[in-house]
Design a protein around this ligand. Structure first.
Ligand code: PLP
Length: 454
């Protein structure tokens, strides 16, 4: 009888976060101030983020201890299970060995609470009253609404308008956990009002929603801003995923040949991949492949350029060196709302530039076949974002089928798709909106990057 699940005991929930910056030969360059474009120090970030998180953002320590209070909440669902996808392997008739880490077991249904709990904890420690944030698909807003309750904090969520319309149940979930949700662009901020003036029907974007949340945080007493992806401390908090997976792969007696994760800002993929990537950076596993999978609707790593850009549309967030399609680029309104970000985490971009990891992009219409095939074999109905990773796994499994190689492919199953039935319905009816990437819009957006002397 095959073994399907590899489970860890609650007491094996990781005690530390792993910081890949400590093992990178060339870490990503520091942030620049959004207005002066000068190098940014920790004090410049203080109005926006709690100080402990800023310290983590700039830390070069390899391991950072997880506070007991954070670990205590994480243990509600951690460690999460690792599955061997034996049934899917059989359905695909591939010699590849496929495993997946299942993050859909958290109460909000994705990896996002791994960092939401930590951010809420540090906000409480600093004596704050609440956190403001943006959300694309609704997973991050759900995670923060869920996490803030444990620490008695308020939560204000700017939800990208297109998702707000497509996913009313996500909004209701956030409200059930106590979050206050508005569609973005909204009339509550200068940034939102400026966009609405130009386009009252704007579908919104993560870049716009970030601008609104930052503005709200810095203009409301007792509030700071919480971010669901991209920055170092978020990726750091997600490394509980990869550390657990490493132990579980030891239990399974295999080591990955290929690691795969979907990437919006890059946090689930990085948190899953970095603890393994350490083995590559130290020379222990030189052949390990890691693939970050994005959407062709916002193809920062595969079509963008490696340059400094603002983290948001209204140029309020720090300027980071990253692969970007430009902060003014507005992606097509695809169902994978969490993959509609114009940039990518600076550490992933630096590793991509250095040839340590790979990137690939899929069109929305290419990912649901794989998600459906996965659901029919493994049972789990996954988020549209995660479906991008599953499509890459499918393609790698087919390459193994051609070559007869039995590669070990491990992916991060970042969340369930229970609030994404409209997307599956559109797929079944063959009504997924088609979109073509308009290259000229990227060209226009790239003309608006900041000019920073190298
Ligand atoms: C289930 C799921 N997976 C992946 C992502 C992409 O985000 P990240 O790249 O930060 O993991 C999201 C974002 O909303 C998500 O909800």
């Amino acid at each position: 009888m095959p073994q399907y699940k590899y489970l860890l005991d609650e007491k094996e929930t990781p005690t530390h976060w792993y910081n890949i910056i400590a093992d990178m030969k060339e870490p990503p360059p520091p942030y620049r101030h959004p207005v002066t474009l000068e190098l940014m120090g920790p004090d410049d970030l203080a109005p926006v983020f709690p100080m402990e998180l800023i310290k983590q953002e700039v830390s070069a320590e390899r391991y950072i201890e997880i506070p007991d209070e954070v670990r205590d909440v994480l243990k509600m669902w951690r460690p999460s299970p690792l599955y061997r996808a034996s049934r899917w392997e059989k359905a695909l008739d591939t010699p590849a060995k496929i495993y997946y880490k299942w993050e859909g077991v958290s109460p909000p249904g994705s990896h996002k609470p791994n960092t939401a709990v930590a951010q809420a904890y540090y906000a409480k420690q600093e004596g704050l009253a609440g956190l403001a944030t943006e959300t694309g698909a609704g997973q991050w807003g759900s995670a923060l609404s869920f996490a803030t309750q444990f620490f008695g904090l308020k939560c204000k969520v700017f939800m990208v308008a297109i998702s707000f319309q497509q996913k009313p149940y996500r909004r209701i979930a956030m409200e059930t956990w106590g979050g206050a949700v508005v569609p973005s662009p909204s009339s509550e901020t200068n940034a939102g009002r400026a966009i609405l003036e130009q386009d009252p029907e704007s579908p919104g974007s993560l870049g716009i929603a970030i601008s609104e949340a930052v503005e709200y945080a810095v203009t409301h007493d007792g509030y700071k801003y919480a971010l669901g992806s991209v920055v170092n401390f978020v990726l750091l908090h997600q490394t509980v995923v990869g550390q657990e997976t490493k132990k579980q792969m030891e239990m399974a007696g295999d080591y990955p040949d290929i690691l795969i994760g979907c990437a919006g800002g890059g946090s689930n993929a990085a948190g899953f991949i970095y603890p393994f990537l350490r083995d590559k950076l130290t020379g222990e596993k030189p052949d390990l492949r890691a693939i970050f999978v994005e959407s062709t609707a916002s193809p920062s790593m595969t079509r963008g350029i490696y340059a400094y850009d603002w983290g948001d549309t209204a140029k309020m967030a720090p300027v980071a060196k990253m692969y970007t399609v430009g902060h003014t680029f507005i992606p097509a309104p695809v169902h994978a709302g969490g993959l509609r970000y114009h940039g990518m985490a600076p550490s992933i971009c630096a590793l991509l530039k250095q040839g340590q990891v790979e990137a690939r992009a899929y069109h929305q219409n290419a990912v649901f076949d794989a998600a459906q095939s996965f659901a029919q074999a493994e049972g789990f109905i996954i988020a549209p974002e995660t479906a991008h990773a599953v499509r890459a796994v499918y393609d790698e499994a087919m390459i193994c089928k051609e070559s007869g190689e039995s590669k070990v492919i491990v992916f991060n199953n970042s969340g369930h798709g229970h609030f994404d039935m409209a997307a599956y319905d559109a797929y079944h009816r063959e009504e997924l909106p088609d979109y073509e990437l308009d290259e000229s819009r990227i060209e226009i957006a790239l003309k608006e990057l900041p000019q920073i002397p190298e």
